[in-house]
Design a binder for this molecule. Sequence first.
Ligand SMILES: Cc1cc2nc3c(=O)[nH]c(=O)nc-3n(C[C@H](O)[C@H](O)[C@H](O)COP(=O)(O)OP(=O)(O)OC[C@H]3O[C@@H](n4cnc5c(N)ncnc54)[C@H](O)[C@@H]3O)c2cc1C
Length: 335
Amino acid sequence: MIQTNILIIGAGPVGLFTVFEAGLLKLQCHIIDALPQPGGQCSEIYPKKPIYDIPAYPSILAGDLTAKLMEQIKPFSPGFTLGERAEVIEKDSEGQFIVTTNRGTKHRAPIIAIAAGLGCFEPRKPPVEGLANFEDKGVEYIIKDPEFYRDKKVVISGGGDSALDWTNFLADGVASEVTLVHRRPSFRGHPDSVQKVMDLAQSGKINLITNGEVVGVAGNGSLDSVEVKHKSDGMISLATDHWIPLFGLSPKLGPIGEWKLNIKKNAIEVDTFDYSTNVPGIYAIGDINTYPGKLKLILCGFHEATLMVQSAYKRIYPDRNLVLKYTTVSGAPSM
Ligand SMILES: Cc1cc2nc3c(=O)[nH]c(=O)nc-3n(C[C@H](O)[C@H](O)[C@H](O)COP(=O)(O)OP(=O)(O)OC[C@H]3O[C@@H](n4cnc5c(N)ncnc54)[C@H](O)[C@@H]3O)c2cc1C
């Protein structure tokens, strides 16, 4: 059981900044995110796109903003449960929340901050018969730890940056054999990554199949092979330990809809006094909340997080007097 003061659901920019504001009040945070890396939309959707409305940064790449936020919260040593979706929220006999993930990890906290953005990013799954039978038995939609594929035969499908980047990474001495399958003749990814893949294919370090798509999976209990339908060569059978279809992720509200919160148009209704929800002790900040005048901007989420932790502090320590201190005076002391 992971115990903390504030359990944050969502490691997007708003969830990350919450750790900083909570840390200033000496409140410990733990963050759960369904994705294997922090940054939310900034990392998952547009890491290389510049953002122009972060104060004091005339321009910053979304990926760099994530890195800066991680640096800013480091002194407060937040805990992370990454690659797991917060699934169930319950209350124990002492009034603390117990949050269990889809992998069974349990967390306990008096305060929950839902910073879940647009919801969980669900993988786009290809329409292959029997696919569900091989999920986590050779078929994975997200690469959490590349070491998992050490000395294994891997087939990757997709034509975007994820497919290209992971092909390049796993082919560099990690997997024993890498095949990239793409249904079109050209790729959508960064030209540099495309070039690397072409070079690897030319030097025989990867097997590149374009104009083909995986249409079948087979195995006895776990995946043994995939069937590729090729435009000119017909069916090709590939022996493999893993198939990783990387066709992107789309956000879904997911389990949040089951948490007895007031939901309006896929967002959680909050009181703008402190961004509390209808369930005492549960707050919602960032893109996931709604209120009159709401703007889905990072800047607004940062403001919401700042007010929210003040209210959380008063719930945790009702007898203590909270005095606002400027960081210019107090610094950002670690926990
Ligand atoms: C292309 C694009 C460009 C943008 N440009 C700008 C811009 O220039 N300026 C600006 O201010 N904003 C911009 N935005 C919007 C900005 O990205 C969002 O406002 C911001 O990401 C919201 O942050 P967040 O932390 O609330 O949520 P998110 O970034 O969406 O992060 C939420 C996290 O919660 C996780 N999650 C959800 N449900 C669960 C669950 N049940 N269990 C575990 N984890 C869960 C998700 O996996 C995700 O990582 C842009 C958005 C896009 C798509």
